[in-house]
Ligand binder design. Structure first.
Ligand SMILES: N[C@@H](CCC(=O)N[C@@H](CS)C(=O)NCC(=O)O)C(=O)O
Length: 258
């Protein structure tokens, strides 16, 4: 099988990835044992590169129609697929696991996992302005300017207003993240097993892990130290288990800073 090409946006971090959306695709491909290679892009090149491969357009961060990552090109089928959810469905449908073990949507869970994808983002949305200020810090200066612009547009704010350091607003954002992760923690507590689908690992866990790993990657050390103490230490343990379950570290040495 020829490796799938994953288009992703780079950062200055070791291993480069930072986006929770592309991380969902990385983890899903690793879990399914589908070989892939990354085509790293800088934000200013995104449009040209993805138009060049005739990628489908999608809703961009600032609400306009354009190109987004993750996008994959599968040389085995010729398919070009955009959007983390659409890609998850594509790889599950195109590469169903022969022994039924490594499936993204166990049983009849696909529609519920789709609902969870929106719910997980909504749960932590109150912290978004703080999180994106940290993401901008791991970008090169050339990319950070564009990143700050689109995220400022999304919230209708100047960058300085997003989540000022040391402000009461920042404390609100932090409290919102803790509360949102508390909701997700409660989902896990309802499960009879380790994962959201009980004993079966699924794309639902990938969705949650991608959000947590993004924080791990971009937060300052003291911020992560605080976050990893929340909810009985669930989040650090969870991302290590997801990493092991998906063989992520084994197949591509990219979570080196975890
Ligand atoms: N719903 C999409 C969102 C994709 C998305 O917003 N990707 C961001 C990177 S995390 C992007 O491509 N941003 C460029 C832009 O919006 O201009 C998905 O799940 O793939």
């Amino acid at each position: 099988m020829k490796p799938v090409i994953l288009y992703d946006l780079q950062s200055e971090l070791p291993g480069k990835f930072w986006s929770p959306n592309t991380l969902k695709t990385r983890l899903a491909l690793a879990y399914k044992r589908i070989p892939f290679e990354t085509r790293w892009l800088e934000l200013p090149e995104l449009h040209t590169e993805l138009r060049h491969i005739n990628a489908p357009t999608n809703t961009c961060v600032n609400g306009t129609q354009g190109y987004t990552v993750p996008t994959i090109f599968d040389p085995n089928t010729g398919a070009v697929v955009t959007d983390s959810w659409t890609i998850a469905e594509y790889i599950e449908d195109t590469y169903p696991d022969a022994d039924g073990e490594r499936v993204l949507f166990p049983g009849e869970s696909r529609a519920l996992v789709k609902a969870l994808a929106g719910a997980a983002i909504a749960a932590t949305w109150g912290a978004q302005r703080w999180v994106v200020t940290r993401v901008a810090e791991v970008h090169s200066e050339r990319c950070a300017a564009g990143y700050r612009r689109v995220h400022g547009q999304r919230h209708g704010l100047s960058w300085e207003e997003m989540s000022p350091e040391g402000s009461a607003l920042r404390e609100e954002h932090k409290a919102a993240l803790k509360k949102g992760l508390g909701e997700i923690d409660a989902w896990y507590k309802c499960s009879k097993g380790e994962w959201l689908c009980g004993e079966r690992f699924s794309y639902a866990d990938i969705i949650v892990a991608a959000q947590v790993i993004r924080c791990r990657r971009v937060f300052r050390q003291e911020e992560w130290d605080e976050m990893k103490g929340w909810h009985d230490g669930r989040w650090e343990k969870m991302i290590k288990r997801v990493q092991a379950t998906t063989d992520f570290l084994g197949t591509i040495d990219e979570l080196v800073t975890l």
